[in-house]
Design a protein around this ligand. Structure first.
Ligand SMILES: C[S@@+](CC[C@H](N)C(=O)[O-])C[C@H]1O[C@@H](n2cnc3c(N)ncnc32)[C@H](O)[C@@H]1O
Length: 206
């Protein structure tokens, strides 16, 4: 357990990092190819299109734009104000300004949640609560995609950003405990030896 003040300090300092580097983050990540991850989410959703997709920690809006171009209705959430503005302007989507640690999401609203490179910022003490919010905002049988940098289950500061780096067994245990059903997982970038695949991507059914 951590005290709520400490969790707030952790998330605010991490968000301050993104607030201060929003422009360069946008430029450096604009061309990141996450089509493998988007496909992994969409192929497991059983509902008819257009799908209702929540992009959690949407950053400057690159993936909101992709979901929209594919004909879906995407909504973003981010805690860094510059990203909320950029994502709205970039995608034309609705973007909610919310902190991951105090999510206020509608129940049963989304067919899919896309959490690309974001859940690792949640301190382990708060993860169950955040996963519970994501489970509730999905429709029955809805799908959660997440991709996180992996590690040996350590957590702490990496420069000005807080992170928790799980291996597959530990991440799987957290997800199952939150009520998700396992669909698939893989490491990225694909086609490289495991030591050169820092990202762990996984897909879950509510
Ligand atoms: C590594 S970036 C990933 C952005 C985007 N999903 C992508 O794939 O490019 C992490 C994102 O999580 C957001 N974030 C980090 N901590 C947060 C918090 N406590 N509440 C809300 N958003 C947070 C940041 O503002 C940033 O947009």
């Amino acid at each position: 357990m951590r005290d709520p003040k400490e969790l707030e300090t952790i998330s605010e300092r991490t968000l301050d990092h993104y607030r201060g580097s929003a422009e360069s983050f946008r430029e450096n990540t604009r061309d990141h190819d996450v089509s493998q991850n988007i496909a992994a989410l969409l192929r497991h959703i059983r509902a008819p299109s257009p799908l209702q997709i929540l992009d959690l920690g949407c950053g400057p809006g690159r993936d909101l734009k992709t979901f929209t171009a594919l004909g879906h209705v995407a909504v973003g959430v981010d805690g860094a104000e510059p990203f909320v503005e950029m994502a709205r302007a970039e995608s034309g989507c609705e973007v909610w300004h919310q902190n991951l640690l105090q999510l206020d999401l509608p129940d049963g609203r989304f067919d899919g949640v896309f959490a690309n490179a974001v859940l690792f910022h949640v301190p382990s003490a708060a993860l169950a609560q955040v996963l519970g919010c994501l489970h509730r905002t999905l429709k029955p049988q809805g799908v959660l995609f997440c991709s996180n940098p992996r590690g040996d289950n350590q957590e702490g500061w990496s420069g000005e950003r807080y992170g928790a780096w799980y291996d597959w067994p530990a991440w799987r245990e957290r997800m199952l405990a939150a009520g998700f059903e396992e669909i698939e997982h893989y490491y990225r970038p694909s086609g490289l030896p495991r030591a050169q695949q820092p990202w762990l991507a996984s897909v879950w059914r509510a």
